[in-house]
Design a protein around this ligand. Sequence first.
Ligand SMILES: [Cu+2]
Length: 117
Amino acid sequence: MKRNLIGLATVCATFAFTLPAQAADDMAGMQMKPAASTSASTSAPKPVEAEVRKVDTANGKVTLKHGPIENLGMSAMTMSFPVKDKASLARLKEGSKVRATFDKVNGVATVTNIEPE
Ligand SMILES: [Cu+2]
């Protein structure tokens, strides 16, 4: 893995030197993009209706019965998520309805915002 990355970096560096200045600039721009933006789906995160099933403050997680999450390509189900803002868990009550926004953080489906409905 590490060896491949080094090999790739070497190839890119070689191209940057041999290509015309404009092309090299384009390539640099492409490399600047964070990995997350290239793997993100077309729809932006938006609040999803959900019901709190379990609040796990010790581990910073919440179990939600959620509706379809378009931006993650996930259908309705009940599952546990890590929560970005651990403090928000204190406002949640098991059995209550919420509106939650989900996004991938380091490749993991995470609750990035959660508000009581
Ligand atoms: Cu799910």
